[in-house]
Design a protein around this ligand. Structure first.
Ligand code: GDD
Ligand code: MG
Length: 297
């Protein structure tokens, strides 16, 4: 199966890290975020990932010139202008000539959601689209979904006010789409799948959902970018090329390649990006450090 992977956003919530690189080329533990995402798709049977590119597409083409990433074939679809989520999926699917049922995912979601359950449900429900749901504590920064006991979606509300969230279940950013969905998406203007396409499918009774509780993180904010690193590292991870002074103390942190930590520094619940340095005696807590920036989370 083909999967369209949305990676064309500006990554504004991760600025300044994303001023020079797209969000999905930022490192997560030991490799760029995109390799985690595409790798998991490949493990679940996806054979071609169609990258929907917009912001800084050259970064992907330079990193994967052979059109392969984590064992999966890549197709590059570069938008002429930002087309928003639905416009981007449709543009990429048309460019790559996707003509069968396909998967689409947000390229900043790292999760163990079983896509096979989504595909199975889609085969049985006859819907135009079947989407994955995951529970979260604060649904207001996500697409909030209400469905009936058969999985038919009753309401899809993108980023409702915090006191008006109708459920804890949110759009996990993974979809199985029938090619007929593409016909609902205009070719020449930005269209949001969350604000336009999914609500239109709800009206027609043609949007279904599969809800699962498991590992799921949208790594698009500083807090979540930090959280996903520490979760995947399973505690402290220190790259062999990092230079850690003997008296430095590091707990629950990810120290990437060529980072340096001087004598007496204490680092807790933090991420040191490649080539970053921490001075002697510094006390770093819940921070993301790059060579040029220090982001407190
Ligand atoms: N190609 C392209 N063009 N990609 C885009 C564009 C665009 O115009 N706009 C956004 N993207 C990409 C981003 O790079 C990201 O991978 C994905 O689309 C989703 O955009 P985000 O900006 O990360 O959205 P969000 O996190 O606020 O909300 C979305 O994800 C949540 C789950 O993680 C929505 O889909 C929510 O409904 C959902 O709950
Ligand atoms: Mg996101």
């Amino acid at each position: 199966m083909d999967a369209v992977v949305l990676v064309g956003g500006f990554g504004t919530r991760l600025r300044p890290l994303t001023l020079t690189r797209p969000k999905q080329m930022l490192p997560v533990v030991d490799r760029p975020m995109i390799e985690h995402v595409v790798g998991r798709l490949g493990e679940q049977g996806v054979t071609r990932a169609v990258l929907s590119l917009g912001y800084r597409p050259d970064a992907f083409e330079a990193a994967y010139p052979e059109h392969r990433c984590a064992g999966v074939e890549l197709f590059y679809a570069v938008e002429p202008e930002p087309l928003d989520t639905a416009g981007a999926i449709a543009f990429a699917a048309r460019m790559a000539e996707v003509d069968d049922t396909f998967i689409a995912v947000n390229g900043d979601v790292i999760s163990d959601f079983p896509l096979v359950d989504l595909v199975d449900a889609h085969r049985g429900n006859g819907a135009a689209a079947t989407i994955a749901l995951t529970p979260v504590e604060d649904p207001s920064r996500y697409g909030v979904v209400v469905c009936d006991s058969d999985g038919k979606v009753q309401a899809f509300v993108e980023k409702p006010p915090a006191d008006e969230t109708p459920s804890q279940w949110i759009n996990a950013g993974m979809y199985v789409l029938d090619p007929s969905v593409l016909d609902l998406i205009p070719e020449n203007r930005p269209t949001s799948i969350e604000r336009e396409t999914f609500p239109a499918l709800v009206q027609k009774g043609s949007l279904y959902a599969v809800a699962r509780d498991g590992f799921w993180i949208d790594a698009g904010t500083p807090e979540a970018f930090l959280e996903v690193q520490i979760a995947l590292a399973g505690g402290t991870h220190i790259h062999p090329t990092a230079e850690i002074a003997p008296s430095a103390r590091i707990t629950n942190s990810v120290i990437m390649d060529h980072a340096a930590v001087a004598e007496g520094a204490r680092i807790a619940d933090s991420v040191l990006l490649p080539y970053s340095t921490v001075q002697a005696g510094a006390d770093i807590n819940r921070a993301i450090i790059s060579p040029d920036h220090h982001i407190n989370v």
